[in-house]
Ligand binder design. Structure first.
Ligand code: CP3
Length: 352
């Protein structure tokens, strides 16, 4: 007869199995932006907090919205509720979110502007995020893994330089092409502070880290190497100097064929694939790399639901059978998503 585990035993977090070389069946599942506006309870908590940034810096309420999708769907992992742009905010480039406009910052366009950034002043805001992580590790079910994250330096820099979201990341690309050294100083600041930020999250209880490089696809090959691969490699190395066993997932969105190079050069333990990566490629391209593959359902299929959602989900599952795989979307959940479609997706992935 099976003995109940003693309370002191390390709980089994099946999300971590693929990183230990174990093929998990069914694959673990979480979804990018699993906490957010598509959930009525998220909207209520955000109103209670007073706004999006107030929510991010309120450990009790940030922990609450992190838990909401876990209660509803029982995902194998929770992702810390925060934002990649808290890093520039903590550095002294104040972030605001105007209704319907997305993030706004006073742009940093030159080496002279870099003096506005104060890495030594980040502590109080990073500590609030670490407190959210610590609360979560207490409040989450023991078998649910906790993912910490940051934005990759390139993607964070695109917002810092443009001062807002942009279609083509032109301001950052122009600075990078025109003045490699000056732009490199901004990237260096982001590499250093991201290591501190991520180590703080692991120390507080994060089991896994993800580095979001949403705009990795906007750079040609040698620039991709310089501004995407190299800074990510330094962050992975910097974190692993302190926490050698913490798995790191990279998400170089839009990297296409360069994703292979990214995996071999950065030292990430997992590769997040975007919507455009064909499942056969996800299933085969990384076979020779010692890496966990994550992805890549189109978030819009979660809006439509129905037959199209079922078919594509089953295709991905079939292609990834027998692989070290984590089911996810190819980008974040959109606000128009009916919550019941998310429930259906989880059911399909778990064999229903
Ligand atoms: O559930 C989770 O995934 C965890 C929390 C999380 C958020 N943003 C919450 C959020 C994470 C991991 C992010 C990452 C993030 N933030 C990225 C990288 C991933 C991606 O989606 O490409 C980027 C580029 C950002 C920057 C950002 N934050 C933008 C451009 C916007 C505005 C667009 C939008 O979706 O509203 C945000 C706001 C934001 N971040 C919201 C949430 C839930 C919506 C804010 C609201 O409540 O109004």
């Amino acid at each position: 007869m099976a003995q109940p585990s003693p309370p002191s035993a390390t709980p089994h977090r099946r999300f971590l199995d693929p990183f230990k070389g174990i093929v998990a069946s069914p694959p673990p599942i979480w979804l990018m932006r699993q906490a957010g506006r598509y959930l009525p309870e998220y909207r209520a908590t955000r109103t209670q907090a007073g706004g999006f940034l107030d929510l991010c810096y309120n450990p009790a309420l940030a922990a609450e919205v992190t838990l909401q999708p876990i209660r509803r769907y029982g995902f194998d992992a929770a992702i810390l509720f925060a934002d990649i742009l808290l890093v520039p905010d903590a550095l002294g480039q104040p972030l605001r979110f105007a209704e319907g406009e997305g993030p706004l910052l006073d742009p940093i366009r030159s080496t002279a502007d870099l003096s506005r950034l104060k890495p030594e002043a980040t502590r109080s805001k990073y500590d609030l995020v670490a407190e959210t992580v610590a609360r979560l590790r207490q409040d989450l079910p023991a078998e649910t893994a906790l993912i910490g994250f940051c934005g990759a330096p390139w993607t964070v820099a695109t917002y810092m330089v443009e001062g807002r979201g942009s279609k083509d990341q032109a301001a950052a690309r122009l600075w990078a092409y025109r003045d490699r050294e000056g732009f490199g100083r901004l990237i260096d600041i982001l590499v250093e502070t991201s290591i501190v930020y991520l180590c703080g999250q692991v120390k507080a209880g994060a089991d896994v880290l993800q580095i979001f490089d949403t705009w990795a696809g906007s750079l040609p090959d040698d620039e991709f190497d310089r501004w995407v691969v190299e800074p990510t490699r330094r962050i992975v190395e910097g974190v692993k100097d302190h926490y050698p066993d913490v798995p790191v997932i990279g998400f170089p969105r839009g990297a296409g064929g360069s994703a292979l190079w990214y995996v071999s050069e950065t030292g990430v333990d997992g590769i997040g694939c975007d919507t455009a990566m064909p499942p056969y490629m996800m299933g085969e391209a990384f076979d020779d790399e010692n890496v966990v593959v994550q992805g890549n359902l189109d978030p819009l299929l979660l809006v439509t639901g129905g037959e199209a959602l079922e078919e594509r989900t089953r295709e991905i599952l079939e292609r990834m059978q027998g692989k070290r795989f984590i089911f996810n979307l190819g980008h974040g959940i959109v606000p128009e998503t009916p919550p019941e479609n998310v429930a259906r997706l989880v059911e399909i992935v778990r064999g229903g």
